[in-house]
Ligand binder design. Structure first.
Ligand SMILES: Cc1cc2nc3c(=O)[nH]c(=O)nc-3n(C[C@H](O)[C@H](O)[C@H](O)COP(=O)(O)OP(=O)(O)OC[C@H]3O[C@@H](n4cnc5c(N)ncnc54)[C@H](O)[C@@H]3O)c2cc1C
Length: 332
């Protein structure tokens, strides 16, 4: 691996388009490639890659490798691993980046094990050490209570990047890049696990991960009703989505799909309104990237007030109706 060069992003295709997380990984990769003065490439895997390759170039890739096969239509770890392992060996990048998604979480450690290197997952920041050319990877540790920076002296470094932690470049349709076929003959005997069914999450309105405003409730909401009434009303006014801390999900007040945090979704909206939740480190690790946090909590000592830009101490049953009324007046 002594001649390993460049950065390879293992891309993802979602609903026939370049997945936002891949644009974010390409944005981070471009920055690293600039520091290294090396090439940024992306590999796209699927049954048909089509114009997604152009989108990856517009998002910063200098070169896009495409691997197409009917067996690669949906993510299957044993099949995708064959492609990614071959790419790591044949293309010999210095750095491989993936999204911290169900695919990246699964592929990165397996790939690292096969190649005898390490993987740093769930990174919030990536940089290059100018002297050694090694990548430094910063990620949360101890349940989000601290951050640690890791590096590896292996000539291939693998990292996954957390969604919304890194900025994509503004897409530039005029960017020039090369699209290169990277055919892989899959060994069917090595594809031992199969996805039997994929259930698409039903979302009414804005998707939590994409919402610019999120109104989240915690245990202090006291039951399921406020989520469908008061919180939903405010979220609708702000053209946003409703989220929750873990207790409302564990108590079945709301579906698990709206849990935010370490074991839930990671979001970074412009506005995060946290109501009746204490702001535990596990919760904050899912929303600390929010641009502005507003908190309503009756306990002045609640941790959420250390995180919030604006805080109101009081019972949400009193504060929230007045808050919503004021917003109605402001946006009319
Ligand atoms: C491994 C692990 C993973 C975890 N993952 C997650 C995760 O992904 N997401 C997550 O959220 N948690 C997670 N947790 C749980 C986490 O530790 C906390 O227990 C949880 O976040 C607390 O939720 P909460 O803030 O809603 O409840 P509490 O901590 O009980 O806080 C409720 C708050 O509501 C306030 N309140 C009560 N009544 C009112 C009222 N009428 N008006 C205004 N305020 C009121 C109280 O003052 C209090 O601050 C995890 C825990 C572990 C161990």
């Amino acid at each position: 691996m002594a001649d390993n060069k460049g950065i390879l992003v293992v891309g993802e295709i979602a609903d026939g388009k370049l997945a936002p997380i891949t644009a974010e990984a390409l944005g981070a990769g471009k920055h690293l490639a600039g520091e290294l003065k090396e090439e940024l490439s992306c590999i796209l895997i699927g049954d048909k890659v089509g114009d997604v390759a152009k989108a990856a170039i517009a998002a910063g890739a200098d070169k896009v490798y495409t691997t197409e096969d009917a067996a690669l239509k949906d993510y299957e770890n044993d099949a995708y691993m064959q492609v990614v392992e071959k790419a790591a060996k044949d293309l010999a990048p210095r750095i491989i980046l993936m999204g911290q998604t169900s695919m990246g979480r699964d592929l990165a450690p397996r790939l690292a094990f096969r190649l005898g290197v390490s993987a740093v997952v769930d990174c919030l920041e990536l940089s290059i050490d100018g002297a050694t050319k090694l990548m430094h990877c910063t990620r949360p540790v101890y349940g989000g209570n601290a951050k640690a920076t890791f590096t590896s002296e292996a000539l291939l470094q693998i990292a996954t990047v957390r969604q919304k932690a890194m900025s994509p470049l503004a897409p530039d349709a005029g960017r020039q890049g090369q699209v290169v076929a990277f055919p892989v003959t899959l060994d069917a005997a090595k594809i031992r696990a199969k996805v039997l069914e994929t259930i698409k999450e039903e979302v009414a309105g804005v998707k939590l991960e994409d919402a610019a405003a999120v109104v989240a409730g915690g245990r202090g909401m006291g039951g399921p009703e406020p989520f469908t009434k008061e919180l939903a009303e405010l979220a609708k006014l702000l053209k946003g989505a409703v989220g929750a801390s873990r207790p409302p999900c564990d108590n079945k007040w709301v579906p698990d799909t709206i849990q935010i945090g370490l074991t839930g979704k990671i979001i970074a909206p412009e506005l995060y309104i946290a109501i009746g939740l204490s702001g535990s480190s596990q919760h904050m690790s899912g929303c600390s990237g929010s641009k502005c946090i507003v908190a309503i909590n009756k306990d002045p000592e609640a941790n959420i007030f250390k995180e919030a830009r604006v805080g109101v101490v009081g019972d949400w049953k009193v504060i929230l109706p007045a808050f919503t009324q004021k917003i109605k007046e402001l946006i009319q």
